[in-house]
Write a protein that binds this ligand. Structure first.
Ligand code: SAJ
Length: 423
């Protein structure tokens, strides 16, 4: 059987760009994914169209043979495991993908191979899910087979750039593992590669995302206080951030995505006695869709109204709707009896009855700005005005200019500013 330099297991939003950067550096790369559809899309150069430069690089690497995609694994010097770690009921991490991924490549591992787990995982996972099975097969991890945990830290929407330029943590189970695996990452990583042990690296990944979640929760709690006080949370944020040591993040409709909305629960489930602030932060962020709906109901009252939601993804300029708080808002409004129309230019038409802009706004009673996509920067307010029945804007992101909206004849409301008109 053909031998590859690198086998990347899981061709998702981290696995695929990682495979491509190894291929671009000259390595022969096998991208292995259990999904035949994913493999087909990779082979046909169809993936990564909403990530800067990713689709172009995919086409290049498929054409020049640097990347091969398959539904079966193969022999390689380095295995990178980048499969999802979602959570199950009771907010327990589901490690079955990691477990199965490693089981499937284990028969191909030989003395001198290296294995890196990149999936976000509870502390102790590299030892439990990689080292233990290796030992059962008679290998001494860290000596016969080199093993490390190395989390990705990239921001969707800027993945390729960040994979290259971000600093990277590499937690090896032995010094030799660190040294050997670092040389692989150095092929494309231009940031620093910080060496540590696997447990510390696992804890770093979870801590980084929990830190951001708690900080966003602080901003959201501030928005709730400001609303209660009838003042503008965004003005408070702006003014407080003039202090040299204060940097409050932005409030919003809640926290989505498959990372920050999920990873803190890994810590809570593993360290339930020590994670009061982390679990409270999670609950505050999860409460934001209901908070927004309460504000919207206060404005509209009667549920026999049409609400047009602009932007449904979990954050701007991505096509990802996983854990999207705006989707949650749309669902709650729907359940309350409002007629909800959705327009998101980045999400495939047909999903969530995604309408075009005109159809979405026609005879509407409220424009609900859910996500601040760049595509909405040039929203023609006069055109929007001509389509809508009631001229009301509810902005969850402080994105639409209040003065311009009011000049165009709209009533403008902002999340975190109370029910009353903000002027
Ligand atoms: N959000 C706010 N207010 C803010 C910033 C963000 O409400 O001030 C919301 C966003 O709208 C979004 C959510 O938070 O719904 C998360 O967005 P994000 O841009 O903060 O983060 P992600 O989930 O896209 O990426 C995070 C990053 N982690 C950190 O910044 C610590 C990224 O570096 C990680 O690689 C990624 O998670 C991951 O894969 O774990």
């Amino acid at each position: 059987m053909k031998k590859y330099d690198v086998c990347v297991v899981g061709l998702g939003y981290i696995g695929l760009p990682t495979a491509l950067l190894f291929a671009k550096s000259g390595k022969k790369v096998l991208g292995y994914d259990v999904s035949a559809d994913t493999v087909k899309e990779v082979r046909n150069g169809e993936k990564g169209k909403n990530e800067p430069n990713l689709n172009e690089l995919l086409k290049e690497c498929i054409q020049n043979g640097g990347l091969t995609a398959d539904t079966t694994p193969g022999y390689a010097d380095l295995y990178i495991i980048a499969v999802p770690t979602p959570f199950k009921n009771e907010r327990q991490p589901d490690m079955s993908y990691v477990q199965k991924a490693f089981e499937s490549v284990l028969p191909y591992i030989t003395e001198g191979s290296a294995v890196v787990l990149e999936s976000t995982s509870p502390v102790g996972s590299t030892v439990k899910y990689i080292c233990e099975p290796l030992k059962e097969k008679g290998f001494m991890p860290g000596r016969d087979v080199f093993v490390a945990y190395s989390p990705e830290r990239v921001l969707p929407g800027n993945i390729l750039h960040e994979l290259i330029h971000n600093n990277r943590i590499l937690g090896g189970v032995s010094e030799e593992s660190c040294r050997i695996i670092k040389d692989y990452y150095k092929l494309f990583v231009e940031g620093d590669i910080e060496l540590t042990d696997a447990n510390t690296a696992e804890m770093c990944k979870l801590t980084e995302n929990a830190y951001r979640d708690v900080n966003i929760a602080f901003a959201n709690e501030m928005a709730k206080m400001c609303q209660a006080a009838g003042i503008n949370a965004w003005e408070v944020q702006k003014l407080c951030n003039k202090h040299p040591r204060v940097n409050i993040l932005s409030p919003g409709p809640g926290v989505g995505g498959h990372c920050i909305a999920v990873d803190p629960w890994f810590l809570v489930s593993q360290f339930s006695d020590q994670t009061h602030m982390i679990s409270t932060g999670r609950m505050i962020n999860d409460s934001m869709p209901d908070f927004a709906v309460e504000q919207i109901m206060g404005i509209l009252g009667d549920t026999d109204r049409k609400i047009s939601v602009l932007g449904i993804t979990y954050k701007p300029d991505v096509d990802d709707v996983r854990e999207s708080p705006v989707l949650k808002i749309a669902e709650i409004l729907n359940q309350k009896g409002y007629r909800v129309a959705i327009h998101d230019p980045l999400v495939a038409r047909g999903r969530f009855s995604n309408a075009d802009l005109e159809e979405c706004l026609k005879d509407s009673d409220m424009l609900l700005l859910g996500v601040n996509h760049k595509a909405f920067l040039n929203l023609d307010l006069a055109f929007v005005y001509s389509l809508m029945r009631s001229k009301i804007i509810f902005d969850t992101r402080n994105f639409i200019n209040k003065e311009k909206a009011e000049q165009a004849g709209f009533e403008y409301y902002l999340l975190g500013c109370g029910y009353q008109k903000t002027n």
